[in-house]
Design a protein around this ligand. Structure first.
Ligand code: CTP
Length: 421
């Protein structure tokens, strides 16, 4: 039986030429056994007839906050939904949803639901590429909204470019994927993110170039797959709404937060760039220059002391079944040495996986939106070619899921001893 059988799906249709494809999507969902409640914006009604959707859906189309059989239709629709899909989603609906402007029944329903939401944009290429559309979609993604990107092809008016609504079959498959139980359902994971800041005095710190973006993307992906996430972060970046967020600054604070969170966690992913050393005698106030020499004597004599290795600490006290993942920011000469460095770190740290990246490149690693990594386990290595950090996160969680099932991600047969370590 289909995952969709008996599921309540709100099908939101906004005013674009691709609105006609929502009819086909509606038919597919109903055929798969879903209960489909269609909602049209006023503009959508200019493109397709209400009668068409009402005839194919499981209930008559909803179009207005004011003229519905229900007195407060958006809350009833939002609360009953197992999923809300918007196909097509215009630039206006995406903007209103991101801004929280409940200007019509569809956006009000999106704001009134706690169910997963899938947004399927369709618009002209110029609108799709406009910075406001990009920013609005990035905001929605950070809040856990699923986005099925438009395809490239022929658009209204004969233009060719990106912006064509994804095929209804792909949209239906994506809905099915979202409603299927996630591979991390119920798994308790701890993700760390960002570079730690170690005080020298009241104003100066020793830190590194980690932005925290890869760690936050790992937390977002884990939430999307059903995990219960604790995100220990130094980064002032948005976090998924359902994650427990612990904001920290120093390696010592990160150690305390990770120790506490690992008491009942199944997985630790240490994406944070933790300082290996910190100033030994941080001054309470501000250190001043000697006006005659222009030097700060205490900085000239700065002594550093080692911090505790958070990951190694977790490895020492790990409980059976806990999976530990380290990151390695390296500057190797070529891809094979990156894997070699990662393998050495895997053994040294006593962890299940090491995700290594080459931070000497401009388009991967620190401070950029994309990454390229090698994921190393005892059984081998996988090269994940350059892609956005959320997609890298997906590859990391695929490997973690394999380890949790008792399989090495680089061996086809499960570990004969069974179970994760
Ligand atoms: N790490 C940690 N605590 C530290 C230092 C590092 O938990 N005090 C973790 C990082 O979060 C990362 C992994 O250890 O997941 C590897 O960090 P990295 O700095 O690359 O390795 P080190 O063991 O510090 O070795 P080196 O810096 O010499 O490469």
């Amino acid at each position: 039986m289909s995952t969709l059988a008996g599921r309540h799906i709100v099908l939101g249709v906004s005013g674009g030429i691709a609105a006609y494809k929502s009819v086909e999507l509606c038919r597919r969902l109903v055929e798969a056994g879903a209960h489909v409640a269609p909602v049209m914006t006023p503009d959508a009604r200019r493109f397709i007839g209400e009668v068409t959707l009402s005839a194919l859906a499981s209930e008559p189309v909803h179009t207005s906050l004011w003229d519905d059989d229900e007195p407060i239709p958006h809350t009833v629709l939002g609360q009953r939904a197992d999923l809300v899909v918007v196909a097509p989603a215009t630039a206006r609906v995406i903007a209103a949803y991101a801004a929280g402007l409940s200007s019509d029944l569809l956006v009000a329903t999106l704001l009134a639901t706690r169910a997963p939401v899938l947004v399927c944009p369709a618009m002209h290429t110029e609108m799709w590429e406009h910075p406001s559309t990009r920013d609005n979609l990035a905001t929605l993604r950070r809040r856990g909204v699923h986005v099925l990107e438009p395809e490239s092809g022929r658009l209204a008016g004969g233009d060719v470019g990106t912006g064509r609504l994804a095929d209804p079959g792909r949209i239906a498959a994506e809905i099915e994927r979202i409603l299927s139980p996630g591979d991390l359902d119920g798994t308790r994971v701890v993700v760390t993110a960002g570079g730690t800041r170690e005080p020298i005095d009241a104003v100066r710190v020793v830190t590194n170039r980690s932005s925290g973006r890869q760690g936050h993307a790992l937390a977002e992906e884990a939430v999307a797959r059903g995990a219960k996430v604790t995100l220990v972060t130094t980064a002032a970046l948005p976090a998924p709404a359902t994650a427990e967020v612990v904001r920290v600054e120093t390696a010592a604070q990160m150690l305390a937060a990770v120790r506490a969170a690992m008491r009942d966690a199944d997985v630790l992913v240490m994406a944070a760039a933790v300082a290996d050393v910190r100033p030994a005698d941080a001054a309470g106030g501000k250190l001043h220059k000697d006006p005659s020499t222009g030097r700060i004597a205490a900085l000239d004599a700065l002594r550093m002391e080692p911090t505790v290795d958070v990951l190694a600490d977790a490895a020492t006290s790990r409980r059976p079944g806990q999976v530990l993942v380290g990151f390695a920011a390296e500057t190797p000469g070529d891809a094979s040495t990156l894997a070699d460095l990662a393998r050495a770190k895997l053994a040294r740290k006593g962890v299940d996986l090491v995700v290594a990246n080459d931070v000497s490149r401009a388009d991967a690693g620190f401070e950029v939106a994309t990454n390229e990594v090698v994921i190393v386990s005892a059984g081998g290595a996988t090269h994940v070619a350059r892609r956005d950090k959320r997609a890298i996160a997906a590859a990391v969680w695929d490997s973690v899921s394999a380890v949790r099932r008792g399989a090495d991600p680089h061996q086809t047969r499960p570990d004969p001893d069974g179970g994760a370590r």
